[in-house]
Design a protein around this ligand. Sequence first.
Ligand SMILES: Nc1ncnc2c1ncn2[C@@H]1O[C@H](COP(=O)(O)OP(=O)(O)OP(=O)(O)O)[C@@H](O)[C@H]1O
Ligand SMILES: [Mg+2]
Length: 287
Amino acid sequence: MTSMSGAGAIAAQTDHLADHLADHLAEFRIASEPYYRPVGQEVELFDAAYQARMPIMLKGPTGCGKTRFVEHMAWRLGRPLITVSCHEDMTASDLVGRYLLDAEGTVWHDGPLTLAVRLGAICYLDEIVEARQDTTVVIHSLTDDRRILPLEKKNEVLPAHPDFQVVISYNPGYQSVLKDLKESTKQRFGAIAFSYPEPAIEAEIVAREAGIERGTADMLVRIAQRSRNLKGHGLDEGASTRMLINAGLLIAKGIAPAQACQVAMVLPITDDPELRDALTAAIAACL
Ligand SMILES: Nc1ncnc2c1ncn2[C@@H]1O[C@H](COP(=O)(O)OP(=O)(O)OP(=O)(O)O)[C@@H](O)[C@H]1O
Ligand SMILES: [Mg+2]
């Protein structure tokens, strides 16, 4: 390989970067519409927030549609979506990028956040509170009016693509003092609240996602409501929409409803024998 220097080298690098971004653009585009049944004003609210490029926090319990919603909105807005599942051991370099040694020497590799900043993607940081606060602060300069990402190791400051947006998910109630967002992180975001849809809408979603009849979906939703009433009486969280869909998927495969509900809605949620009995009784009453 011949080595280049000067303007030629910069042009070649730029071409290389453009090719690399075009590949990624295709990779992260959502080709077909993810099914999302609006529950309230969330679509209009997100639309407006995106037009203002406001960072958005989706708040709500597990399994209530936050991830599906962001996939749907990315599709609607025609933006690529880059999702990062945050965890305790995640470092700022995991988000931003690092130099790695390969056959050609040390080469910079963009992390998912940097790639999203370059592409003008929606960057979805799932379960953001799992990340340590010193990691989370790397999004600060991207989520205020500066909209820049300092690549410290590269000695470069990257301005965000005009279409770039940060979205985070947040399960209220699960946080401890040790695991929460810094006030300065929270206050950069607008928030959209999610909860389980009203029964008729939830049954519509469950019937469609699990491929079961509406009557069966209505029954699963009634069970879920009883389980949600046990929240705070031993259960941290009632059965989510996701759990109902799981029960429905088993029913669609020929498993008897009572057993499907045990597998999908009772055993995963609690180890307490009394609560299991209470849930089983609630299921029997709804069948
Ligand atoms: N409004 C909705 N429209 C369509 N599908 C929905 C809706 N709400 C929930 N679902 C269904 O519920 C499932 C769980 O939703 P999702 O994975 O988006 O939950 P989540 O809020 O991201 O949960 P977690 O906090 O655990 O990540 C989805 O796979 C989807 O099938
Ligand atoms: Mg999710």
